[in-house]
Every structure is written in structure tokens, then in C-alpha cells.
Design a protein around this ligand. Structure first.
Ligand code: ZN
Length: 85
């Protein structure tokens, strides 16, 4: 008997099923995106130093833009690295 091919699980399906995403900055107005806040920005970059996409972090477009901008500023003054080996 031939083994039947399973329908492949798409990456998107897995991401969607995990949990309901929300923008952490919209949810908590106290949280301010500041380029000097290395601890906050550290949570929004990947291990290698890349900026985590909004699809992953759940940030809304407006806050994702602010985050990206802040990360770039922080990189420039070397609070966070451009890349990690
Ligand atoms: Zn937001």
C-alpha cells in the first residue's frame, strides 16, 4: 500500500493558531517606545539582531514603524548590536 501524502501544514497556519495577537503598545499606553530603552528593544530583535516582523510580534503598523525607527537609532549609538555572530 502506498503511503498517502498528507496536506502540508503551512507556516501561516501554525502562526495563526498559536494565539491571538495584539499590539503590546496599543494595549498598554504606559509603554513608550524609546530608543534609549535597550531592554525593551532587545525583546523586539531576534537572536541575530534582526528586527522581529510585525507578523511575529503582533505590533500594529504604526507602532512597528516606531519600533523599527527606535531600533535603528539605538543601533547607531550602539546600545544594541547590528548583528550578532
Ligand atoms: Zn499599536
Amino acid at each position: 500500500m502506498k503511503p498517502r501524502m498528507k496536506t502540508p501544514i503551512k507556516k501561516k497556519d501554525v502562526l495563526m493558531r498559536q494565539r491571538k495577537r495584539f499590539c503590546r503598545f496599543c494595549a498598554d499606553k504606559q509603554k513608550v517606545i524609546d530608543y534609549k530603552d535597550a531592554k525593551l528593544l532587545e525583546a523586539l530583535i531576534k537572536e541575530r539582531g534582526k528586527i522581529v516582523s510585525s507578523r511575529f510580534s503582533g505590533n500594529c503598523a504604526r507602532h512597528q514603524r516606531r519600533v523599527a525607527e527606535a531600533i535603528k537609532q539605538a543601533r547607531f549609538i550602539s546600545l544594541i548590536p547590528y548583528t550578532r555572530v
